[in-house]
Design a protein around this ligand. Structure first.
Ligand code: GLU
Length: 452
């Protein structure tokens, strides 16, 4: 007899987004009339693919593929970043757009979900090449984006400079009107808002602190004395390192795409940052132990913050994760199979659609600021962000408790309605956040009705 082949996990991000939706859906509203509505709510409204010709620095013309997906605009215009990455594709962008719909609903801001991506390797591009790709991408998207329809922002390997080019390109195409609200994450000189650059990390810190304050991790009421490991040293990871350290945590490991560094007594972050700025990587920072890129996920710590890409904690490594709490600063870093393993091991997960929502919340403030022709102060941004993130954390925690208390009811109803189907999974923080979000989108959809 041969041993059964190990089950290979499906890592297609859009399939994962569907799986997460399906795990949560049975806990939402009336199961009986759920079917048709769930298809309506899950299916993206619009997927645009464009091919972007660019004259490279060496004179060659190269064609890049770009995507913009509007997942759902029931609760307001589409909102979501644009990423530049060699592995991005339509299914990834569809998943990221879907997650944006749930994220905006969980923190209750009046946006739907959208996302964009250009398949390119920004590390191998000059500034001039990135500028041309950005401008041509935005020109090709035309009126698929707009201040009241679909509003881009930064994501992986794009930044305030990229947003400035987006704004300028859109403005050249729409002269004679104030276009500042077409994109968020802009530089301060062009309608940007103070506090946007570290907003994702600050939001993650606020969610974590509040989760601890209200008893999410028994025996640990704040960050004092905790150890933290962070995967990813881009916008979210790098700011998270400083903010968590300044709130009392010891950062024991950080990594970027080339590898990681570890010091069980705590890294000297100033030295690690200086090394990253000088060499392009954290690897080799003075007085640190080197780690392979994914080893950072397995170092012993209290809090693990994946702040890079999707599918980092999977069925393959979930049993080696060595922390009490995972805070998803990235989008989609933990797969559904890993969620199950972590839950069995009593490792809690603060899901991306809550934990990293600080970025889009401050984007919302920037959009409001631009539409009002106003200027916000940084302390106002922090205070308003705190209120949003605390409230959302409380809602998700309460929802989890409520669902867990009624679990037997849902289980019975589920097996009555769909005999023989997979049993329901005990609601964790992800399922709680999803049910809140889906319920809000569904309510809006029902109130609006299907046109005509
Ligand atoms: N790209 C960020 C995210 O995934 C921010 C999106 C935004 O600000 O619109 O949440």
């Amino acid at each position: 007899m041969t041993a059964p082949a190990p089950q290979v996990e499906d890592l297609n991000p859009h399939h994962i987004a569907r799986k997460q939706f399906d795990l949560a859906a049975p806990f939402v509203g009336n199961l009986d009339d759920w079917d048709g509505i769930s298809e309506w709510i899950f299916t993206p409204e619009r997927t645009v693919t464009v091919y972007i010709p660019v004259v490279m620095d060496n004179g060659d013309v190269r064609v890049f593929r770009g995507f913009r997906v509007l997942h759902n605009d029931t609760r307001g215009p589409g909102k979501g970043g644009i990423r530049f990455h060699p592995q991005t594709d339509e299914d990834e962008v569809k998943a990221l757009a879907t997650w944006m719909s749930w994220k905006c609903a969980v923190v209750d801001i009046p946006f739907g979900g959208a996302k964009g991506g250009v398949e390119c390797d920004p590390r191998a591009l000059s500034v001039e090449e990135k500028r041309k790709i950005t401008r041509r991408f935005i020109a090709s998207l035309g009126d698929n984006i707009g201040p009241h329809t679909d509003i881009p922002a930064p994501d992986v390997y794009t930044d305030a400079q990229t947003m400035a080019w987006i704004y300028d390109t859109y403005s050249m195409m729409h002269p004679g009107q104030n276009n500042l609200a077409v994109v968020t994450g802009k530089p301060l000189d062009i309608g940007g808002i103070p506090g946007r650059s570290d907003a994702t990390a600050r939001g993650a810190l606020m969610v974590t602190e509040h989760f601890l304050q209200i008893g999410g991790l028994p025996g640990q009421r704040d960050l004092q004395g905790t150890t933290v490991a962070i995967q990813g040293f881009g916008n979210a990871g790098r700011f998270a390192a400083t903010l968590f350290r300044d709130s009392g945590a010891t950062i024991v490991a950080v990594s970027d795409s080339r590898g990681g560094v570890y010091d069980p007594d705590g890294l000297d972050l100033a030295a690690v940052c200086a090394h990253k700025d000088e060499t392009g990587s954290v690897v080799g920072a003075p007085n640190t132990q080197a780690l392979e890129p994914k080893e950072v996920l397995e170092v012993p710590c209290h809090i693990l913050i994946p702040a890079a890409l999707e599918n980092q904690i999977t069925a393959e490594n979930a049993d080696r994760i060595n922390c009490r709490l995972v805070v998803e600063a990235a989008n989609g870093p933990v797969t559904p199979a890993a969620d199950r393993i972590l839950a069995e091991r009593d490792i809690k997960v603060l899901p991306d659609i809550l934990a990293n929502a600080g970025g889009v919340v401050v984007s919302y403030f920037e959009w409001v600021q631009n539409l009002d022709n106003a200027q916000w102060e940084e302390h106002e941004v922090h205070e308003k962000l705190r209120r949003k993130m605390y409230r959302a954390t409380e809602h998700v925690m309460t929802q989890r408790v409520n669902l867990a208390e009624s679990f037997e009811y849902y289980q019975n109803r589920w097996s009555d309605l769909y005999p023989g189907s997979e049993p329901l999974v005990t609601p964790d923080m992800r399922i709680a956040a999803y049910t809140l979000a889906i319920e809000r989108v569904r309510r809006a959809a029902e109130q609006r009705g299907v046109w005509p």
